[in-house]
Write a protein that binds this ligand. Structure first.
Ligand SMILES: Nc1nc2c(c(=O)[nH]1)N[C@H]1C(S)=C(S)[C@@H](COP(=O)(O)OP(=O)(O)OC[C@H]3O[C@@H](n4cnc5c(=O)[nH]c(N)nc54)[C@H](O)[C@@H]3O)O[C@H]1N2
Ligand SMILES: Nc1nc2c(c(=O)[nH]1)N[C@H]1C(S)=C(S)[C@@H](COP(=O)(O)OP(=O)(O)OC[C@H]3O[C@@H](n4cnc5c(=O)[nH]c(N)nc54)[C@H](O)[C@@H]3O)O[C@H]1N2
Ligand code: SF4
Ligand SMILES: [Mo]
Length: 893
């Protein structure tokens, strides 16, 4: 590929489902820079902290650059032949259901389309499932139950037009930051707009909320069935809409009316007063959008939660209208594209149904395929159970890291290890999953690959390459198509270009559609290379008839009914709220899991960025102060969380933002970044009965203090090969790595430990200070004028300034005096500690912000004026406001 140095390439962010447009540029010296695309309708130029730091994540460090078989380098031909031959043989000997693909919402639509076509139409099994099962399956199931199709009715603009936004189980400020910023911007102009947050934790998103309902875990079904009953009682339903466009209202209302207000209060742990205030606000506000995410989907009652919410919107006719509707926001960049191609085991393709013989016949005819899967395949959790018990004998994992992200992850890892044949396509050479692969296939990464993605509002945008493919890496679609050809389906998989795949996908969506299926992009079935190259973001539907008939295109669904059920009416779902206690005396606490602002999933990308790694540099757990006291845990202690399936060691963070009896820990840390941080070794394979989505937010656990005899903090230029400590967590910093440590034993040869940690050759100059009685040790190693590493050990959490220590890796230490300063009594004391980094764009820490507040800065903008914090991507503005509030309050006390 030729790179034009001066040209900005228009592409799409590879992180969340907001799907922001990005302009990427490669300078003559190879430096990449990115900025938000001002013309993209998802972000109009904005980017969050992760999007802004994309350029820091695209180096080739750690990349898998050539295929490998059984740990040795192999050529593509040999590797692809091995995959094709083993899959063919397994299918011949054990049938099509003995093989499986486990794919990802981070594949591009074209990759996904080819993988789904190969499995469902040519292998003849539906054993292709995706990490979207862990993410969107309950929304898909809820949509299909209510609408007869997996349709997201609204658009982002609705968030700006609404008078009330109800955020349910969504930490929008951190997980969909640009949508959060769009709402925040409107609220500045229209302070009457109300926001209600329903989340057991007081997250940073509460910053924008007029009302935070700290609901009991899984209290949502009760809250929204109670709301339906309330709407009924207060005559606040839209009778006209209900009778013209829906069915089942009576039964749903009857089921809802079984729960009175006291019952809702008991099930949600909210006061009746709070509940009624929320209900009356909802009742009074026609322009209401209910946004929901993983606090809804990842639950054993996830599908019921979705339908309980949709019921309230159907009952009020608030759907598909400007500023009104239920809105499931998607997590991954191409969660929607994956649903469109049928990447879930219980879907077919182009929103057609696997159980429907007409649909099967139609897809088979379109693909001209020898076979078509007759029944739904195994959903993720069941798929890995089938790997474990030997029913699945050949497994291909693409663009996902199940050893870290599947529930009961240790069992999943054991299953993968025991599977006779495992293929992993990834961009990295070392992940917790790829270490068990027989065949490793190097995929091209963001910036190198081309294709399309669909965001949460059904908008299809191009990802475009601006970097050459490194080494022998190849795009995922090419890899899958090559295997398809080698299995013997040459004709169906001989794509000469990406545009051909996209055109085929578009054609299938419009094939014998006639308005019967929501997903129709038939207007694009004729795209050629040039059109595809230039493809501008567009929202579906875009049927071929819409293209020929001028007039306004549909941007929202269902304002006038026309659902995709047989009678074109929506279905209310009668739901009974059931409360379930999962805790017991051995495992008395509820673990809730999720995300932090600056890391993405298993950190394969964000873990490379020093800027993003400084916001939160180690795995942690949020504990309510009363629980901390009960278990004898102090702030910054190391704690062990255990469940019947496994355990993790993480840092304690004591905060009253957490509910009593509940813990929250992020999902991001893996064996690549921490000693024992794989959170999903704790979670259970319990799933929602309708969607098969695991209940990742509600797991019974036990908490105890890990008694550390010594704590440590280190900075080191080279990443250690091995870290011999009971607890460690490594994070990138500009000059190398920073490492948090804790030890069950204090009788350690610290100099030897430091030497191995720094990877320092024996001739390295070491300076050391030891106070054995006080348990204090400080050791620094230099090569030439530079610090190779520094280790600080203390009997309690180490007080050294992290930012100062990391900076020493980049500075010149010419004189002996300067070198001694590093191990001197109060290292870095003359330089104030910036504290935990809040603003990653400008590296501004919490202590600096507190100081500015104390000096009189009273608003986020004033802080921005004084420190620049919050003035670039804006992702930290909620945190800055929280710091201002706490400190002004304290100053006033
Ligand atoms: N920074 C960042 N952003 C991301 C990602 C990332 O890894 N990092 N990942 C992307 C992906 S794939 C996804 S799916 C999205 C997820 O986006 P979100 O769903 O917003 O994120 P989570 O942190 O998983 O969970 C959201 C909230 O659900 C709450 N919750 C837990 N249990 C309940 C409950 O019973 N009821 C209610 N009402 N709430 C509950 C949690 O306390 C949490 O604050 O984020 C996307 N964006
Ligand atoms: N406890 C708990 N567990 C969870 C969740 C939770 O909230 N709590 N959330 C769940 C959710 S919503 C999600 S979406 C999942 C996410 O979990 P995963 O999908 O496992 O996480 P990622 O780190 O995004 O994994 C992506 C992998 O693909 C690789 N990759 C990146 N780009 C490409 C590419 O172009 N091609 C190929 N072949 N590989 C590529 C990366 O290196 C990485 O190894 O986690 C789920 N697990
Ligand atoms: S909100 Fe942030 S992570 Fe999500 S697409 Fe936009 S820039 Fe990327
Ligand atoms: Mo997700």
């Amino acid at each position: 590929m030729e790179i034009d140095a001066a040209r900005e390439v228009r592409t799409t962010c590879p992180y969340c489902g907001v799907g922001c447009g990005v302009l990427a540029k490669v300078a003559a010296d190879g430096q990449v820079s990115v900025r938000g695309d001002p013309d993209h309708p998802a972000n109009f130029g904005r980017l969050c902290s992760k999007g802004s730091a994309l350029a820091e994540t695209i180096d080739l460090d750690g990349r898998l650059l050539h295929p490998e078989i059984d740990g040795r380098r192999a050529g593509w031909d040999e590797a692809l032949d091995r995959v094709a031959a083993t899959f063919s043989r397994t299918i011949a000997e054990h049938g099509p259901d003995s093989v499986a693909f486990y794919v990802s919402g981070q594949l591009l639509t074209e990759d996904y389309y080819v993988a789904n076509k190969l499995m469902k139409g040519f292998v003849g099994s539906a054993n292709i499932d995706t990490n979207s099962r862990l993410c969107m399956a309950s929304s898909v199931a809820g949509h299909r139950r209510a609408f007869g199709s997996d349709t997201v009715p609204g658009t982002y603009e609705d968030l700006e037009l609404a008078d009330l936004i109800v955020l349910v189980g969504s930490n929008l400020a951190w997980c969909h930051p640009v949508l959060y910023q769009r709402i925040a911007a409107v609220r500045e102009k229209r302070p009457d707009m109300k926001v209600v947050l329903v989340d057991p934790r007081r997250t940073m998103t509460a910053d924008i909320a007029d009302m935070h309902l700290a609901i009991a875990p899984d209290g949502d079904v009760a809250l929204f069935t109670g709301l339906l009953a309330y709407l009924g009682q207060h005559n606040a339903v839209d009778r006209g809409y209900i009778s013209a466009h829906t069915a089942g209202f009576g039964q749903a209302l009857f089921a809802a009316s079984k729960l009175d207000l006291a019952g809702v209060a008991a099930a949600t742990d909210l006061s009746e007063d709070e509940i009624v205030r929320f209900y009356s606000l909802f009742t009074a506000t026609a322009r209401t959008v209910t946004v929901y995410s993983q606090g809804v989907n990842q639950s054993s009652s996830g599908t019921d939660k979705v339908n309980a919410i949709i019921n309230c919107h159907l009952a009020t006719g608030r759907i598909g209208k400007p500023g009104a509707g239920p809105f499931s926001v998607t997590g991954q960049p191409n969660a929607m594209g994956g649903r469109e191609v049928g990447g879930l085991a219980n879907m077919l393709a182009a929103h057609m149904e696997i159980e429907n013989p007409e649909h099967r016949e139609r897809v088979q005819r379109f693909w001209n395929s020898p076979d078509i899967a007759e029944k739904p395949g195994l959903k993720a959790v069941d798929m890995f159970k089938a790997v474990a018990d030997g029913r699945i004998k050949a497994l291909w994992i693409m663009a996902t890291n199940p050893v870290d992200s599947m529930p009961d992850a240790d069992a999943v890892e054991a299953a993968i290890k025991a599977c006779p044949f495992v293929v992993v396509s990834d961009v990295l050479a070392k992940t917790d999953t790829i270490r068990h692969a027989h065949v490793r296939l190097p995929a091209t990464a963001w910036g190198e690959k081309d294709g399309t993605v669909t965001n949460s509002e059904r908008r299809i945008s191009r990802q475009r390459s601006f970097l050459p493919a490194p080494g022998e890496a190849r795009p995922d679609w090419w890899i899958v198509a090559e295997v398809g050809k080698r299995i013997g389906f040459g004709e169906a998989f001989s794509y000469s270009s990406l545009a051909k795949i996209f055109a085929e996908h578009a054609a299938l969506s419009g094939f014998e559609n006639n308005g019967e299926r929501d997903f129709d992009i038939g207007a694009y079935s004729g795209v050629d290379e040039e059109d595809y190259h230039a493809l501008a973001p567009f929202q579906w539907p875009a049927s071929s008839s819409q293209k020929t008939a001028p007039g306004p295109s549909i941007t929202r669904f269902f304002a006038d009914g026309n659902f995709y059920t047989a009678d074109r009416k929506a279905r209310f779902v009668a739901i009974r709220a059931a409360t379930e206690s999962r805790t017991n005396p051995d495992y008395p606490l509820i673990l809730n899991t999720g995300r932090v602002r600056d890391h993405w999933h298993t950190m394969t990308r964000t873990g490379k960025s020093p800027r993003l790694s400084q916001h939160i540099a180690e795995p942690f757990v949020e504990i309510h102060p009363a629980d901390a006291q009960r278990y004898g845990i102090g702030d910054a202690d190391i704690v062990r969380i255990s469940s019947p399936r496994g355990e993790v060691l993480v840092r304690a963070m004591i905060t009253s933002r957490q509910r009593r009896g509940s813990l929250f820990a992020p999902m991001h840390w893996t064996d690549q970044f921490a000693a024992k941080g794989r959170l999903d070794s704790l979670t259970a394979s319990l799933t929602d009965p309708v969607s098969g989505q695991p209940a990742l937010k509600h797991v019974a656990v036990r908490l105890e203090k890990f008694t550390a005899k010594a704590f440590g903090f280190a900075v080191t230029r080279r990443r250690p090969e091995m870290i011999d400590a009971d607890y460690w967590a490594a994070a990138r910093c500009r000059g190398g790595w920073r490492i948090e440590l804790a030890f069950a034993e204090a009788e350690i040869n610290w100099t030897g430990f430091a030497q191995s940690l720094f990877g320092a050759p024996p001739e390295t100059e070491m300076l050391a200070y030891h106070d054995r009685d006080a348990g204090q040790h400080r050791i620094a190693a230099f090569d030439d004028k530079h610090l190779a590493g520094a280790l600080f050990v203390a009997p309690g959490p180490v007080a050294v300034s992290r930012g100062w220590a990391a900076q020493q890796l980049e500075e010149v230490h010419a004189s002996q005096r300067e070198r001694f300063r590093i191990v001197a009594g109060r290292a870095g004391a003359e330089r104030p500690d910036a504290g935990a980094i809040v603003c990653s764009c400008f590296g501004v820490g919490a202590n600096q912000i507190v100081a500015a507040v104390t000096a009189g800065c009273a608003t986020v903008d004033a802080i921005g004026g004084a420190l620049k914090a919050g003035t670039n991507c804006g992702s930290c503005r909620a945190e800055i406001r929280a710091i201002i509030q706490v400190n002004r309050f304290q100053a006033a006390e």
